[in-house]
Design a protein around this ligand. Structure first.
Ligand SMILES: NC(=O)c1ccc[n+]([C@@H]2O[C@H](COP(=O)([O-])OP(=O)(O)OC[C@H]3O[C@@H](n4cnc5c(N)ncnc54)[C@H](O)[C@@H]3O)[C@@H](O)[C@H]2O)c1
Length: 504
């Protein structure tokens, strides 16, 4: 407990400024946590609507049996809408969730600091503004910090606690204790664009857009592959859910705040679609069609072909040999004029592998072995692969009912390059000391819903393999977007977990 702030005190009073989407969510968890919660908004109609909505949320929790009648009454009782900002005078902490505008926020905090006591913590829920820039406008900037919740607040059980360069030490502890009292998990971040979650999220969508932009695979195939690797939603499903108006704007904002860092480079495809109003679910059409006349999604069916050819498999890979045999295929011990050659590149494309192994390009196809072959399979052609060879390979690999997608040539297929980017961005957050490794992974699993944090994901693939994928991508494209983070390089070379900061 900080000497200046005690989040556990029974009479804790929290003021929420702004009663929009986020303010309502913060007020809800605060009132439910037994905290006296004041809500202020300059818009009286918004304030009234927020009160009605919060009371109806409590009633609906009660109707579902999640809240006792007594606790429902207490939550309602804890909530007080105030029409005058002077009413927050007695609050121990103020969380601001108003318009995302530096000048407006600075004005509000200048006003607040003249009202509240010296020990009252002032916090902003900003997503994209610098905490240091907001606090710089204060007479006493030390008691200011960021407390970044996610929408919908009651369900997204995580908040980033951000200290600005002018924050005093007790602020991080105070906001962490407050987050715990609100029933959320807290992670600590330094004041960097995107903090942890919005920064770590840059790898997934931008790389998927690059794959689309290079005509490697259509949207649905990219989504299918990444869901098979464990992501709950495909990148294009996610872009459609959030809306390109928000996602593309965030992509541009983070890219520019990091002075055109190539790892975060947005996509022209997203900009054109955003300008065209193809925003996603909210506009009825995005990467997918949500209109009432939209045709149901159908996956291209593989043809059922007789496959007499034997399969030569790179490195005589046991797993792939067993699979082909199980599917009724024959194995050849060396490639010849009759075989279908299956190469298994890590980070390389099919063409480079064909050249390296001096194979017949027309009879060669690549298989991605980095994710489970029991969920989905990716076969990758090269520009010279014979169509009948492709069809026969697809026919054999999908014989047990597992969807087998054909994609065009790409270093690192789809899954390797997207996962490597996600891991690399996470590694660079650790390298910059923005957050502790475990906090990075916690923030990403709870804030983005990824199955694993980027560092644990890198450990499960193998840091050496992730490094190889990135080095191959970098070599192929010559694009600094793919340069491996020093954090990854060192741990891969030392065969160490990406979650270890120092072994001391
Ligand atoms: N919406 C999200 O998904 C999300 C997620 C995380 C963080 N945030 C951040 O939270 C903040 C609020 O976002 P939101 O989506 O809840 O906005 P919103 O538009 O839903 O609500 C903002 C509210 O603030 C009120 N307001 C504006 N100026 C005010 C002032 N000077 N004093 C008091 N009230 C004022 C408005 O009347 C409105 O009711 C922003 O900083 C945003 O970046 C938003």
């Amino acid at each position: 407990m900080s000497q200046r702030f005690d989040a556990t005190r029974p009479d804790l009073e929290l003021a929420v400024i702004g009663s929009g989407i986020m303010g309502r969510g913060i007020a809800q968890i605060s009132a439910l946590a037994g905290i006296k919660t004041l809500v202020f908004d300059t818009n009286q109609a918004a304030l009234k609507e927020a009160h009605e909505e919060l009371c109806s949320r409590f009633d609906s929790l009660a109707a579902k049996g999640k809240l006792s009648p007594d606790d429902t009454a207490k939550a309602k009782n804890n909530l007080r809408m105030v029409g005058d900002i002077e009413s927050v005078r007695t609050s121990h902490v103020v969380v601001e969730a108003i318009k995302e505008d530096l000048d407006i926020k600075r004005k509000l905090f200048a006003n607040l600091e003249a009202i509240v006591s010296d020990n009252c913590i002032l916090a902003s829920n900003t997503s994209s503004l610098s905490i240091t820039a907001i606090q710089a406008g204060l007479k006493k900037p030390g008691r200011f910090g960021g407390l970044h919740f996610f929408n919908p607040v009651p369900l997204m059980k995580i908040a980033e606690v951000i200290t600005g360069h002018l924050s005093e030490e007790w602020i991080a502890d105070g906001l962490t204790e407050l987050t715990n009292r609100l029933g959320h998990k807290s992670v600590r971040a330094k004041d960097f664009p995107g903090f942890i979650v919005n920064h770590a999220g840059r790898g997934y969508g931008t790389e998927a857009l690059r794959i689309l932009g290079e005509d490697i695979a259509p949207v649905q195939v990219i989504d299918d592959v990444l869901k098979a690797t464990g992501f709950r939603m495909g990148p294009f499903e996610l872009l459609d859910l959030i809306g390109l108006d928000i996602s593309h704007t965030v992509m541009e904002s983070i890219y520019n705040q990091f002075y055109q860092e190539p790892r975060f480079r947005p996509s022209a495809i997203a900009k054109i679609r955003m300008d065209g109003g193809l925003l996603g679910r909210k506009s009825g059409r995005g990467f997918y069609d949500y209109g009432k006349d939209a045709a149901p999604l159908s996956r291209e069916k593989s043809r059922d072909l007789k496959v007499d050819e034997s399969f030569w498999i790179e490195r005589s890979d046991k797993q792939v040999s067993l699979l082909i045999t199980k599917l009724g295929g024959k194995i050849a011990s060396r490639p010849d004029a009759e075989t279908i050659n299956v190469v298994l590149p890590i980070g390389k494309d099919t063409t480079s592998t064909v050249a390296q192994l001096q194979l017949n390009p027309e009879r060669t196809i690549a298989l991605d072995t980095i994710y489970s072959l029991e969920k989905h399979r990716t076969l990758m052609t090269n520009p010279a692969t014979n169509k009948l060879i492709t069809d026969k390979a697809q026919s054999l690999f999908s014989r047990d009912g597992i969807t087998t997608s054909i994609i065009n040539d790409s270093p690192g297929f789809i899954s390797q390059r997207v996962q490597a980017m996600v891991v690399n961005v996470g590694c660079d957050i650790a390298q910059q000391g923005i957050a502790e490794p475990t906090d990075i992974d916690t923030a990403v699993t709870l804030g983005l819903g990824y199955p694993k944090g980027p560092l644990a994901l890198g450990d499960s693939i193998g840091p050496g393999i992730v490094l190889k994928i990135l080095e191959e991508l970098y070599d192929f494209y010559g694009d600094p977007r793919y340069r491996p983070s020093p954090w990854l390089k060192r741990r891969a070379h030392l065969n160490m977990s990406l979650l270890i900061k120092h072994n001391r």
